[in-house]
Design a protein around this ligand. Structure first.
Ligand SMILES: C[S@@+](CC[C@H](N)C(=O)[O-])C[C@H]1O[C@@H](n2cnc3c(N)ncnc32)[C@H](O)[C@@H]1O
Length: 206
């Protein structure tokens, strides 16, 4: 069995499973597995989902957080409306100030921030890694603004030379942080997730 064969088989399996269970994306299973392992999202949580289209992770958050929870998805692409009061989305670039202002209007504070955002792939590994780290840092800086003390954080990163540095930045701000890869993540893919719990809010005095 070649690596490629295994990779395609796994991809096919989760693709069919997502269709059968009416998830908008295969990625739903990654969040399910990560949440089972780390308990990042709980019933009643308010969750910000960055890079959320087409909405597979939002569906999983909706299930876990339940009707007393809330999820706001943000993506460059439009996210098809779920028609629910507690599931909202914004179309925009979360690295930009105007989008962050819109996020804060809807969600001035939240319990969990998750990001599955992937940059446009250039094919040049260093560039793609660097763009991914930039997205991760934007997610972390949004956390500084709206994540509640004790809150949780999950972010996807394309591995490369700055992964360790970014992980250090996360470790400084949370009581627990771990680099991890869910089973549903493609075999051989360079993506990895940073899961962190217990946000240590720093109070900034003007
Ligand atoms: C792998 S997909 C997310 C899949 C999603 N978790 C799901 O389960 O349906 C990555 C997304 O990141 C989004 N993205 C990348 N950069 C972004 C940015 N700066 N602002 C908002 N979304 C971004 C892309 O548009 C893409 O839809």
């Amino acid at each position: 069995m070649s690596k490629r064969w295994l990779r395609e088989k796994k991809r096919d399996y989760y693709y069919r499973k997502a269709k059968a269970e009416e998830y908008r994306s295969r990625a739903s299973f990654k969040l399910k597995q990560l949440n089972e392992r780390f308990g990042l999202i709980r019933r009643g949580d308010k969750v910000l989902d960055l890079g959320a289209a087409p909405g597979g992770w939002m569906q999983v958050v909706k299930e876990i957080a339940g009707s007393s929870g809330f999820v706001l998805g943000v993506d460059l692409a439009k996210i098809r409306d779920f028609g629910l009061e507690n599931v909202k989305s914004i179309q925009g670039d979360f690295t930009r100030k105007e989008t962050i202002e819109k996020i804060k209007e809807i969600l001035p504070s939240c319990d969990v921030i998750i990001s599955d955002a992937s940059p446009d792939i250039s094919g040049v590994w260093d560039i793609d890694h660097f763009s991914s780290v930039e997205l991760c840092r934007s997610a972390l800086s949004i956390a500084e603004e709206i994540l509640k003390p004790g809150g949780n954080f999950l972010v996807k990163i394309f591995q490369g030379e700055h992964t360790g540095e970014f992980f250090g930045e996360v470790k400084d701000r949370f009581t627990y942080a771990k680099m991890t890869k869910p089973e549903a993540s493609r075999t051989g893919s360079a993506e990895i997730y940073v899961a962190a719990k217990g946000f240590k809010k720093r109070f900034i005095y003007a």
